[in-house]
Design a protein around this ligand. Sequence first.
Ligand SMILES: *Cc1c(COP(=O)(O)O)cnc(C)c1O
Length: 276
Amino acid sequence: MGLIYYNGEYINDNIAISPDDRGYQFGDGIYEVVRVYEGRLFTAEAHFERLLRSASEIQIELASTVDDYIAICERLIAENRVQDGLIYVQVTRGIAKRNHIFPESTEPVTLIYSYDSARPVQGMEEGVKVITLEDIRWLRCDIKSLNLLGNVLAKQQAHIADAVEAVQVRDGIVTEGASSNVFIIKDGTLYTHPANHLILNGITRKVIKRCAEELNIPFVEQAFTPDALYDADEVIISSTSLEVTPVTQIDDQVMAIGPLTRKLQQAFKEKIYPAS
Ligand SMILES: *Cc1c(COP(=O)(O)O)cnc(C)c1O
């Protein structure tokens, strides 16, 4: 794994995790995944602003600023010689004898590491299969919480069905994937679920919104049904690691990759490589 940042230190070998870390016992913490392209961080400010927001929503007080996190990431990128990769960041509430109630005095525990990861070119080119299933998660999906059991169970069901993602449906409305946001294009308009407590407001989703605006594609934050998903002209899933990935199969139904998806992919690529 190369150099790792753990609890204020840069460590080169294995780190020791406390059995009393609340992240380990309760999933009591938050995380981010940040992209590195050609050795440079992509949309890192937005990711760390969201980390601070997630922390504040669950009443974890962080001493670090957005710039502090970026400085740590840049050191890891340099020392680990990351070109195309991802950075995983997690913060737990801290270490204390097991008890659901917040401990009186404990410091948050921060872990940051980097790893190599190529762009998902095959999925972006050829499209991927998704399945639909019931959204069984809690009602604060806007927090990027370490508690991912609902997401893990959904993703495993997708995996068993040879699909890349599980598109979740709550009360007859498509919310989002297990680790991605979901968009449909119908009659030239791009639709996605509003950024409320039922979805995680993706940074990639925000970049896609900007791309759509630049391309004069109407972007409407309006929930849609599974029927509208099946009936869409084009379907996209997005995340830091998936970028703009077209969906070519939903359950048993085959979908085509359309021209607006290709335009959004191109516009997204120009954000990654602004010089080219
Ligand atoms: C992280 C995540 C996303 C995508 O967010 P990005 O910032 O684009 O990576 C979407 N949904 C869920 C549930 C997530 O955890």
